[in-house]
Design a protein around this ligand. Structure first.
Ligand SMILES: [Zn+2]
Length: 352
């Protein structure tokens, strides 16, 4: 039944002419960035301390100035990484080449240069985080966005960009070269630099999705429907589909009452996303509902009317760490990549 709903959702997205599940950028600013959207991400470090308070608004006038000089890195970024390729083989790859393929897959080249630089640093940081414990055995990082980070080969980029290849490649390669060797560190280690496509006013606390991490806390994010294609999405489903989908994960839920009474208390977390909803008498978490109904995020409204249940969803992705559209908006408001990174990963240090 979940599949039926997914197909209906895809049909809806196609009907309104907007990309859905287009996890690899399709070139141009209209392509939705993939976001670091792993459902079961890398194990996170245990963190005992309380998260710091969210940082200031991303409006440029409130940004603190970036430090003039980069701090010394605990260790230099390696010149090569061992990458698990889509064909299952592991290959040693020049780190800058690998990152060019990641940024090209994760962010449209039409984004602002400072956003592309922030993405390059976040991608380098995440790769080093994985490399520290060889996430894939022989390989340190893979090319699957659901697991590590999206990556596209040069051949894929040539096909995707066509006659714009040279200009797009130069723009993204410059972002990778301009930030050569730079990554975010905390406690002497590369951080878990999660990122996502777009947020609804604020990013999400890591604790709501995985576990608490002091630098992955909710901060304001400036993107709006004016900045993000398909920012608001809608999923409608019949009472039968709705009931069966919930029952597939919560067989004890009781839907014997009237349909308009199936939705109980809805709780929101600090970021405004859905923490949980009581359905048929059972509490279902927002992240579980996102998975069950293939929602684009957990920032949603759920309603019942005219014999249908409707999810109205804002943004795309888990919401943790840097928002890619938020980074682009910050850049267009005047922030540089260091300010963007300091905003979305508070408490981390940019090192080289
Ligand atoms: Zn992986």
């Amino acid at each position: 039944m979940k599949r039926t709903i997914l197909y209906a959702y895809i049909a809806l997205m196609v009907a309104v002419g907007l990309p859905f599940l287009a996890n690899l950028g399709e070139g141009g600013a209209q392509a939705a960035p993939a976001g670091h959207n792993a459902v079961n991400p890398t194990p996170l470090p245990a963190v005992d301390e309380a998260p710091p308070a969210p940082s200031a608004s991303p409006e440029t006038e409130t940004l603190s100035p970036a430090p003039a000089a980069l701090s010394a890195a605990p260790f230099p970024a390696p010149a090569q990484l061992r990458v698990l390729l889509p064909d299952g083989t592991a290959a040693a790859m020049d780190t800058q080449d690998y990152l060019t393929g990641v940024v090209s897959a994760e962010m449209p080249p039409g984004f602002h240069d400072e956003a592309l630089r922030a993405q390059a640093v976040a991608a380098r940081t995440y790769a080093l985080y994985c490399a520290a414990f060889s996430k894939h055995g022989e390989a340190q990082v893979c090319t699957d966005y659901r697991c590590c980070q999206a990556w596209q080969s040069d051949a894929q980029l040539r096909e995707k960009w066509g006659e714009d290849y040279d200009a797009n490649y130069e723009k993204i390669r410059s972002a990778v070269e301009d930030t050569y060797g730079e990554y975010l560190a905390a406690g002497g280690q590369p951080v878990f630099a999660a990122f996502h496509s777009s947020s609804a006013s604020a990013t999400e606390n890591s604790a709501a999705v995985w576990s608490a991490v002091p630098y992955l806390v909710s901060v304001p994010s400036p993107e709006t429907a004016d900045d993000v294609p398909n920012y608001i999405s809608t999923l409608r489903c019949s009472p039968i589909d709705f009931r069966d989908t919930v029952l597939s994960a919560h067989p004890g839920a009781d839907f014997s009452g009237p349909e308009d009474q199936w939705i109980g208390e809805l709780r929101r977390d600090e970021s405004g996303r859905v923490a949980s909803v009581v359905l048929g008498g059972e509490e279902v978490s927002g992240t579980e509902l996102r998975s069950l109904f293939s929602l684009r995020s957990t920032a949603f409204e759920l309603s019942y009317s005219s014999s249908a249940f409707t999810f109205t969803v804002t943004g795309f992705g888990h919401g943790v760490g840097m928002s890619q559209y938020g980074a682009d908006k910050m850049a267009r408001l005047g922030a540089d990549y260091r300010q963007i990174l300091a905003h979305y990963y508070p408490g981390t240090t940019l090192v080289k």
